[in-house]
Design a protein around this ligand. Sequence first.
Ligand SMILES: N[C@@H](CCC(=O)N[C@@H](CS)C(=O)NCC(=O)O)C(=O)O
Length: 198
Amino acid sequence: MWALEELGLDYEHVPLGGSYKGLDNPAYLALNPNGLVPTLQDGDLTVWESHATVRYLAAAYGAGTLWPQDVRERAIADQWTDWTATTYQPAWVKVFWSAVRTPVEQQDLVIIADGLAATGKCLAILDRQLDARPFLAGGSLTYADIVAGVSLYRWFTMEIERPAAPNVARWYERLSEREAFRKAVMVSYAELVGRLAF
Ligand SMILES: N[C@@H](CCC(=O)N[C@@H](CS)C(=O)NCC(=O)O)C(=O)O
């Protein structure tokens, strides 16, 4: 959604999952066999996996903006995208599930602490990268900032003890100035608090 907004594309959002349900609908499972969101349809193309959808939108519609033209800059954007999928996202999502989605009376402080420690390491890595540049791959927003930065609203608003990461905090401020980020990412997750399933 954030990538669509950044690119100024016309789109129709069909909300599914959570209180909207519909993920086990056979017509939806035919599009996305995982029964998860998001799924992107563009003409006769159907793509699932959020990072693949963002990368596709950037490549198709964001040449020179979200999609760096320089292959070396793109390698760096890919590096942060894959690192987000394999390392950063599992770490911060563990905190989100254990400290936000799990009802307080079921919370396990050891699991929360593990997630915070793993996320802290990732934030230190991000903080070093953002020390010398405003965005992950250089001077302007690319698809890497979208896949990694989409975590920041929840990270900075969850009721947890956050390790200091000043460059990450400035990156979040920079992203929060973007209308697309505010519209697509800074949205309430109140219905998820203390709720493991729908
Ligand atoms: N690796 C997948 C994960 C997809 C995923 O876990 N989606 C969640 C929402 S973030 C979902 O559909 N949950 C079921 C629900 O919301 O009911 C991706 O990045 O697209």
